[in-house]
Structures are given as structure tokens and as C-alpha cells.
Design a protein around this ligand. Structure first.
Ligand code: ATP
Ligand code: MN
Length: 465
């Protein structure tokens, strides 16, 4: 008999029919006449209640049914008297696939801390919270592809292993097959990479942008969506060493096109969650963050503030003059800390802010210079709870201006001739951004630690599972 997934079982048409369900036990309760088992198969946050009439089953048969055990039940689907559920199954046959010893199975009913569950990352998808988070993660990935596909963007695969280190010198993970116990060095003590796998020093990518620009200046509009790596030792609730990034890149786009895209895209994704992840969002709203759904609805219905950095600094300086205390100083030229970003978004404007036109010295070499010669056309999208969720910019398309910045900033460009060719041959204005997938998920799920929205987080001192 074909298995029915629990997500499909609450269809009123199925009432009265015989169904076959398979899943993991969430709980069992009852008395000597009747036993109730809540079964979950991961297809939905909802459990199906299985009713065992103890005139038909023995205690011995039901004994292995403890939290975490896996079962196959065939029975009749009937309307339920219990409140909060529409249907239940009157068990006719029971098959136990696997038991879960209550003494040792760590995912007992309730009350585990997030820290405890992180240590059990191999089993935490079986909890309600992580089931919800990982289903939402899936739906958001689908939303991203759907948005870009429907808007004529091509999904372009940029490499994970790279030999250009211009983006984040010093914070990349090296990729090597060299014998680390016996490294060949030159007279200055520098490692010789000639005999390494790639014949030069190679690393895991921090961003697909540079290759994305090659694609955008050929296919017009592209996006990447893949893993990126940063070896920065920042132990925060918003940083991972391995995270997924979405990076659209658009030829012929200017600053206002870029901001429109950022805003439309992020609203589309949040709307998608509201429409396609209702049950999971309701669960998270009840259990994790009572303001979640309200906040999601607010963000999709409000217009984001577009704020030049210089004006943002003025607002922050006025706040400081008015008695607001920040840990880090505020002055024109400073790189905004998360506390500053959150003040603007959560207290001052009470909506998302797209900040633009940053001082050139705190931004990357490829950002387009404004006419003032001091600021560049970078945009960060700042969100409540999260701070920076998107970093983007209009790219400097002028070869000479780009080279000037490269020299001023001492960017190692010897392996970057291919990037510069975009500016040598048929260069065009273009722009793009990077959205950290897990930052988006933090916002959409209401979870507060980035380690809890990726199945197997990689952070300093942690690569278990
Ligand atoms: P932050 O200032 O928050 O460290 P960043 O400015 O270094 O971020 P970018 O290089 O602009 O980040 O990367 C683009 C986007 O990627 C960011 O807006 C953010 O959403 C995400 N991101 C960056 N670093 C991480 C990380 N270590 N873990 C998870 N997401 C990240
Ligand atoms: Mn950034």
C-alpha cells in the first residue's frame, strides 16, 4: 500500500479511507484502554495522531514506541474529536522500523537549549524548530531561483577554488596538496607553490563576484548561488566560516536600478515565505519570536529608506549629542558597527535602510567613484535584528580609474588580468550585490544565531558532523 505523507493527510477527501503512514514518534500518552501516538514524518510541522485501541494491541507490542522510534502504521483515517486536529488514524497494523532507547536518545520532548541542540546537530533536524527552519531554508532557495529566472537572470556557476586573493587577503582558506611537514621555501622563507596542485597558491572563494562580472558583461543579467568561505576569526551570531551567498550582477544597471533590485528581491523572498511556509512560520512565531510574522509583513509593505552615508553619520552624531551611548565612536569615515546600523533601522527610521555612497577608504577597490572623489557607489541593505543583510555596489567600469584604485590600495593584481579585460574590451556600466543566505534566513525564521539556520555550521573551532 502506498505511503501517504503527513502533509497530504489532512485532506477531507481522505476521511474514511485506509492510509499508510511512516514517520518518527514525537510522543505517546494514554491509558490501558487507548494509546495516542503523535507521529511526524518531516513533510510538515504537523503531527498525525495515531490511536491504538488496546483491545487490538498488546502492551508488549507498543512498548518500543518511545520518542524518536520509527514506525509504519496502516489504519483508517477518521475525523478527530481532539481539539487542534482535524483527523487521526485508527491503527490496524503496526510495524516498528527502529527503536530509540529513552535512556540514550537525546531528542526528548522539550526544553533543550539551542546550545545543546548544536552539539547534537546530527539529530536536531528531528525537532520541530529545526524541521521548520530547514523546510523554510528549502523554500527560500526555491524563491531565489524563481525570482531570478522569472526576471531573465541566468544562474551562473562561479568556481569554489580560486587563485585570486584580491578580495580578502588574509582571510581565505588555503587549498593545497603539499606536504605540510616538508614545505619547499625560497631564500626569503616564502613557500614555493610551483609544485603544488595548481602550480600556484589557491584558496576557497570569498565571493563569486569577479567571475560574476565576466558573465554579466556577456549574458547581461546573471546570479550565482553557492557556498563561500571566510577564515575571519569572528565569533559572532552573524558570521560563519562557510556560508551561502546569492550574487546577482547586472549589465547596464546604475545605482538606482541596483537599489530597486535589492528591495524588490528581498521583498519577494519574504513574501514567498509568508505564502509558502505558513505552518512553519506560525510555529516559529509562537515558540521562538512572537513578533516574527508581524515584522515580515511590515517589511514587505513598507518602502525602504535610501540614505547616503554622510546623512546617516549626521543622524548618529545627533543621537550621540542627545545622550545615546554607543560602544564604538561615530565620525565621518568610520565603518559602521552593527549597533549603529541597528540604531538607524530599529530606533530612528523603524524600517529597512539602504545606505549608499560610503567613504572610498572603507569599501572595496572595484566600487564606482562618485564625482566628489571621496565616496563610492556602494550600498548596504540594513535590516532590523540583523544589521547588514546585503552588500552591493555599482562597479567602476573605467579602466584607468579602476587601476588607480588598485594601485592606491595595493591590491595584488598579478593574477587578475582576466578581470581587467572586462574593462579593456567592451566595458559597460554594471552593478551587483551579495546577499548572505543565512542572514536572510535569520530574518525570516526569527532565529537569533546564524549557527541555527544552516544544517552543519562551520565556525572557529567547530567542524563537527
Ligand atoms: P559583515 O560586515 O557583516 O562582516 P561584510 O561586509 O564582510 O559583512 P560582504 O563582503 O559585503 O560582507 O558580503 C556580502 C554579504 O554576505 C553580507 O551582506 C552578508 O549578508 C553576507 N556575509 C558576509 N560575511 C558573512 C559571514 N561570515 N557569514 C555569513 N554571512 C556573511
Ligand atoms: Mn559588506
Amino acid at each position: 500500500m502506498k505511503r501517504t505523507k503527513i502533509v497530504d493527510i489532512f485532506d477531507p477527501q481522505l476521511i474514511g479511507q485506509q492510509v499508510s503512514v511512516k514517520g518518527w514518534v514525537r510522543s505517546r500518552r494514554g491509558n490501558k484502554h487507548v494509546q495516542f501516538v503523535a507521529l511526524n514524518d518531516g513533510s510538515t510541522i504537523k503531527n498525525i495522531q495515531i490511536v491504538f485501541d488496546m483491545a487490538k494491541f498488546t502492551d508488549e507490542q507498543l512498548k518500543p514506541i518511545t520518542t524518536g522510534a520509527s514506525l509504519h502504521v496502516i489504519g483508517q483515517l477518521v475525523e478527530s474529536m481532539g481539539k487542534g486536529q482535524t483527523a487521526e488514524i485508527q491503527a490496524e497494523t503496526l510495524e516498528i522500523y527502529g527503536t530509540a532507547d529513552p535512556e540514550t536518545y537525546p531528542m526528548q520532548k522539550k526544553g533543550h537549549t539551542m546550545e545543546f541542540l548544536r552539539e547534537k546537530a546530527h539529530l536536531r533536524p528531528r525537532t520541530n524548530t529545526f524541521g521548520a527552519v530547514f523546510r523554510i531554508r528549502h523554500h527560500m532557495a526555491i524563491a531565489i531561483h524563481k525570482f531570478f529566472h522569472d526576471h531573465g537572470f541566468f544562474y551562473f556557476h562561479t568556481p569554489i577554488i580560486t587563485a585570486s586573493d584580491c578580495e580578502g587577503a588574509g582571510q581565505m582558506f588555503q587549498v593545497t596538496t603539499k606536504n605540510l611537514y616538508d614545505l619547499k621555501k625560497d631564500e626569503n622563507g616564502s613557500i614555493i607553490y610551483d609544485d603544488d596542485f595548481f602550480g600556484k597558491q589557491a584558496s576557497l572563494t570569498v565571493s563569486g563576484q569577479l567571475e560574476g562580472e565576466l558573465a554579466a558583461t556577456a549574458l547581461g543579467s546573471i546570479y550565482t548561488f553557492g557556498p563561500t568561505f571566510r577564515a575571519e576569526n569572528s565569533n559572532t551570531p552573524r558570521h560563519l566560516a562557510e556560508f551561502w551567498m546569492i550574487e546577482p550582477e547586472v549589465a547596464f544597471a546604475d545605482l538606482s536600478d541596483l537599489m530597486d533590485l535589492e528591495e524588490e528581491f528581498i521583498k519577494y523572498c519574504i513574501n514567498w515565505a509568508l505564502e509558502n511556509c505558513k505552518d512553519d512560520l506560525e510555529f516559529l512565531n509562537n515558540m521562538i519570536d512572537k513578533g516574527l510574522i508581524e515584522r515580515l509583513k511590515e517589511v514587505v509593505s513598507t518602502e525602504f529608506v535610501r540614505l547616503p552615508y554622510t546623512e546617516g553619520i549626521k543622524i548618529l552624531e545627533e543621537a550621540v549629542a542627545g545622550g545615546k551611548k554607543f560602544e564604538f565612536p561615530v565620525y565621518w569615515g568610520c565603518d559602521l558597527a552593527s549597533e549603529h546600523e541597528r540604531y538607524l533601522v530599529e530606533e530612528h527610521f523603524k524600517k529597512p535602510v539602504i545606505m549608499t555612497d560610503y567613504p572610498k577608504d572603507i569599501k572595496a577597490f572595484y566600487m564606482k567613484m562618485n564625482e566628489d572623489g571621496k565616496t563610492v557607489q556602494g550600498t548596504d541593505v540594513l535590516f532590523p535584528q540583523i544589521g547588514e543583510i546585503i552588500g552591493g555596489s555599482v562597479r567602476e567600469e573605467d579602466y584607468d580609474k579602476l587601476m588607480t584604485r588598485i594601485e592606491e590600495m595595493n591590491i595584488p593584481m598579478k593574477d587578475m588580468w582576466w578581470y581587467l579585460d572586462t574593462r579593456r574590451f567592451g566595458t559597460v556600466p554594471h552593478a551587483g550585490f551579495g546577499l548572505g543566505f543565512e542572514r536572510l534566513l535569520l530574518f525570516v525564521t526569527g532565529m537569533t544565531n546564524i549557527r541555527d539556520v544552516i544544517p552543519f555550521p562551520r565556525t572557529p573551532n567547530n567542524a563537527e558532523f
